[in-house]
Design a protein around this ligand. Structure first.
Ligand code: SF4
Length: 231
């Protein structure tokens, strides 16, 4: 297999150490440029709109220096599954002995299936952005069907993953959250569903204001296990 892709520069940055982003792993994060969504609350504007400056060669050399110190690599962004050689990169990372977590919006189900079937990913954080009816309005992306395929595939294969939603109450109300929970329940999702409260920053894609009134978490239905972050 050609390794020419290693000279590609899809990375905006590398976070060299995190204990928070990959459960039970000391990890680093590779931040991939570009995204096929435009969520109004996204604060990763330089990553979504920017150009990569770090080559995969450089990233792998960094990993070689961390082989006995880190256990995992998080592939995040942006949307890392847009990068055409992600599978080959995962193989390179696996060859160095690291576990891999992927943060994704789920719009590339074929790649997700391929990575899972080939044991090239250990954990996935899958954004469930909004109920189908609001998906395009919030993400500016029409691929709910692809997201849905990723979600159902991971459930059907008993893969270890989390579904998660960022909540800005100007965009999603309690009824939307409960619609998502109903849907996850109907699909036999048995893992924890994470709700992440939006924390205000100035420079978001949609220049979104602070939440006028946070959702009432007491009204969240309990059909599945829900964990609240930053509420
Ligand atoms: S929050 Fe939305 S726009 Fe930002 S990186 Fe994630 S999917 Fe892309």
């Amino acid at each position: 297999m050609s390794r020419d892709f290693l000279t590609d520069k899809p990375l905006y940055d590398i976070t060299k150490f995190t204990t928070l982003d990959f459960h039970e792993n000391l990890a680093c994060i590779f931040w991939f440029c570009k995204c096929n969504m435009r969520c109004p609350y996204c604060y990763n504007t330089p990553i979504v709109f920017g150009e990569g400056t770090i080559s995969l060669q450089t990233a792998l050399k960094f990993l070689e220096t961390r082989q006995n110190r880190l256990t995992g690599v998080v592939l995040s962004g942006g949307e890392c599954t847009l990068y055409p050689h992600l599978k080959e990169l995962c193989q390179e990372i696996k060859n160095l002995g690291f576990k891999i977590k992927i943060d994704t919006n789920g719009t590339n189900p074929n790649l997700i299936k391929d990575l899972v079937k080939n044991q090239l990913v250990d954990y996935i954080a899958l954004d469930y952005k909004a109920p189908k009816e609001k998906f395009e309005e919030i993400t500016k992306n029409r691929n709910f069907d692809d997201f849905e395929k990723s979600l159902q595939f991971l459930i059907n294969n008993n893969f270890t993953f989390e579904a998660r939603t960022t909540v800005h109450s100007n965009l999603l109300n309690i009824s939307d959250i409960n619609t998502i929970i109903d849907d996850l329940h109907k699909r036999n999702y048995t893992q924890t569903y994470y709700l992440q409260n939006y924390l205000h920053v100035e420079d978001t894609i949609g220049k979104i204001p602070e939440q006028s009134k946070p959702i009432d978490t007491k009204k969240i239905n309990n059909k599945i296990k829900v964990s609240l972050r930053e509420f």
